[in-house]
Design a protein around this ligand. Structure first.
Ligand code: TRP
Length: 374
């Protein structure tokens, strides 16, 4: 699939590149766009519409309408999300988790949070098990810092907690053949046999609550849309196992601070890590690519383009909670009334507050971690 400027759009669980055209992605994956009607229904239950819904960061779904039907008829869903621990947590990771916490509060419901240390061990030949468990512990602190309800949240670390998933994974695996995962995930003859089995392990938590409760419990998975291939497989198998198909609500990708591409730890200068000091974060923001003109005079005359600007987008998606102020910022960028330097300073100030708060909670998480573990 080729976008206008010729960069091929690639969206898989392991690689996102090229210019992402979300409308085409929705078509290609066969998902649905979130409608105003759905947003109004979730607003009613949550009491307010989350920023990430208002600004369209979460934008697509499968069966979210059915989840709301179930909830409204007294059958609340369980939530399931996860993280592949391969390094430090950055803004792009934390956004969907903040949204997941909103859903947990809205539905007052249980959450399974899977850490796929097995997956990352299998695809990173440079990692040993000690490294995996260090990264995993570090990531769990960030997860807890988001503020999930400790009485309603279970963190599953695959390697350590495999006994709670293995039976389900086997039941799934028996219904998925090699040619299917080859087609869905692009596995090849040279792929290691661990990663070929792995999709069964990522499917398992979607059925965990049903299996433990001994009755069918609807499952809703909030995640970035690159994880969708896993859910297609899980949904196919669900019916064969007598479970409900897991539903999804999908987010877009947060762009990095560079030109194009999603935020990725492989380019640390374009990434805001949750453990960055405010000064380090500010430096990265001040060096960011923007949608502005080359000179102040041109910026004032022509205005900037906020829709290709990470600084504009962060202000818009995440850090300016006031819709009116966000709209003004957007407009003032386009008209040239605000300069990139000013916009960057605004953002750096907001990020500073956000990071300091998170880092405080991250330290506190060391004391409460036991309450969250499976
Ligand atoms: N494979 C995911 C990753 O690499 C981790 C993951 C496991 C996940 N279960 C999930 C992500 C459920 C979202 C929802 O990040």
């Amino acid at each position: 699939m080729t976008s206008q400027n010729g960069d091929e759009m690639v969206v898989t669980p392991w690689k996102v590149s090229g210019e992402v055209d979300y409308d085409r992605l929705v078509q290609k994956f066969g998902t649905q766009l979130l409608t105003d009607d759905l947003l109004n229904r979730i607003k009613k239950h949550a009491g307010f519409l989350h920023l990430q819904l208002r600004r369209g960061f979460f934008f697509s779904h499968r069966d979210f309408d059915w989840i709301l039907d179930q909830y409204e008829s007294g059958n609340p869903p369980v939530l399931y999300t996860g993280r592949g621990p391969s390094g430090k947590i950055h803004l792009g990771h934390i956004l969907p988790w903040i949204f997941t916490k909103y859903l947990q509060d809205a539905f007052n419901t249980k959450l399974y949070f899977q850490l796929t240390d097995d997956e990352k061990f299998l695809i990173h030949p440079e990692f040993d098990m000690k490294k995996m468990s260090d990264i995993t512990y570090d990531n769990i602190l960030d997860i807890i810092a988001v503020g999930f309800d400790p009485r309603k949240t279970k963190i599953i670390t695959d390697v350590k907690d495999i006994s709670s998933l293995y039976e389900l994974a086997l039941k799934v695996a028996r219904h998925v053949n090699f040619s299917t995962v080859k087609a869905v995930f692009g596995f090849e003859d040279a792929s290691n046999i661990g990663i070929i089995f792995f999709p069964a392990i990522q499917a398992a938590p979607a059925f965990l609550e049903s299996s433990l409760a001994n009755r069918n419990v609807p499952c809703l998975i909030p995640a970035a849309i690159d994880q969708d291939p896993y859910w297609r497989v899980a949904r196919d198998v669900a019916q064969k196992l007598g479970y409900y198909k897991p539903a999804q609500i999908h987010s877009k990708f947060l762009p990095g601070l560079g030109k194009g591409g999603k935020m990725s730890s492989s380019m640390p200068e374009t990434c805001i890590f949750m453990t960055d000091t405010p000064n380090v974060a500010k430096k990265k923001i001040m060096n960011a690519f923007t949608g502005g003109q080359a000179t102040v005079v041109e910026q004032k005359r022509l205005g900037g383009n906020p829709s290709i600007c990470p600084v504009g987008l962060y202000n818009y998606y995440l850090f300016e909670g006031d819709d009116k102020a966000a709209g003004e910022l957007w407009k003032n960028c386009g008209s040239g009334a605000i300069l990139c330097g000013e916009c960057k300073i605004l953002l750096a100030e907001k990020i500073k507050v956000f990071l300091l708060e998170h880092q405080k909670k991250r330290v506190e998480a060391k004391e409460t971690i036991e309450k969250y573990l499976m």
